[in-house]
Structure formats: structure tokens, C-alpha cells
Ligand binder design. Sequence first.
Ligand SMILES: [Zn+2]
Ligand SMILES: [Zn+2]
Length: 230
Amino acid sequence: MEAVMVYDNYTTNEKIIHGWGFSCLLDGHILFDAGEDGEKLLENLDSLNIDLEDISKIVISHDHWDHQGGLWALLEKRPGITVYSCPGFTQEFKDKVKDLNGNLIELENLTEISTGIYSTGEVIGTYDGDPISEQILLCNTEKGMSVVTGCAHPGIISVVDKAIDLFPDKSLNTLMGGFHLSKRSEKEVEDVYGKLKAYGFKNYGGTHCTGDFAKQFNTFEIAAGSRIEL
Ligand SMILES: [Zn+2]
Ligand SMILES: [Zn+2]
């Protein structure tokens, strides 16, 4: 299963625009998050030869501007498309999806979105002292389970624990996405990676809000334009 990075703080080349946020296309048709800006998102989809009609469903990890900002431009081009959120997203977000004729589905529990691609359902983290609702995608292939996170506000270790709870028999393949470690000290980041290594992931690809120090632990290049085999 291929993951194509559509939107990220970093880019692989000058033809793919970078911007604050995260978006990734899984298995050629599931769009996970939409970045900050719709125009940039649409331009990158075009540069990556991804036809808007190829996108079957959109999953938004959490209701932050750098993950849902690009959604509105996409909904105008694809009215009726299914958008997965969680019950704890803001009413403003839910109303806007419905106003733009999106088919909003709120996931509370583990749900198979497409063959081998699961949403964890709602996981509550904290942001600026307030609770924030987030869902994480789990991709199960013959290589094992890969965990794809938007921001990991519940904490990257808690996110991985949740994934293992849901699929205790799966071996772990790749951990990728936003790990939200950019504001943590070097010592804290080293501790987190010590714990992550003990879980036995084969590959690490932290990006977006992961932070430059933590990115040095990556085992592959990840930025807008990257293609990753899960
Ligand atoms: Zn966030
Ligand atoms: Zn973010």
C-alpha cells in the first residue's frame, strides 16, 4: 500500500509546494488531512498527478486549521464526498462540511474505512490545556501495521499504545506523520524515541510538527512529494 505525501511543512522538490500542515493520500484514494491551504493542496494534487475523482473518502485527523484548512476548496470540487470526523470536533466544522454538501460521518470507535485502512476512532488529547479530539489511521498490510498520525496531540506514545490495543497480534511496520515533538526538549525527544524503538517499528518518518531535532531519527525521507510503501 502506497502513501503519497501531498502537503507538509517540508518538500522534496521545488515543484511541490510546502506549507504548514499535513496531508497524505493512502492506497491511491483515501485522503488523510488536507493541509492549511486549499489552493496549495489542489496544486500539489495536480503536480502529483492525483485526479480529484480518484479520492473516494476524506479523513480529517483533528479540527485544527493546518489539517482541515484545505478541505473547503476540495469540497467545492467534490460535493457529496464522505468526510470522516469525530464527535468531539467543533460544531462550526461539522456545519461547514454539511453546508458544502459533504457527507459527514463522525467516528467514535475503530472503523474500517477501506480494505486494510482503519480509523482508531476518537482519541482525546490535550492542546493548550483544552481537550482535543483526534483520530489516527492504521494501515494493515502483509508487512504489518503502520500508524499514520496527523499531529498526535494525545502523545505519540499514547497513540502507538492505542494502535497496539486495537490490533495486539499485528507486527509493527512504519510510524509516520506528525509526532508533535517540536516544542519538547532534546532529552524528552530522546526518551520518546527510546520508547518507540522498544516497540519494534521497522521505519520512522516523523514530519510536520515533529520538529527538526526529532526528524534526525527518521529512517526514510518524508516531505511533500514523498512516496512511501507501507
Ligand atoms: Zn494540531
Ligand atoms: Zn498540526
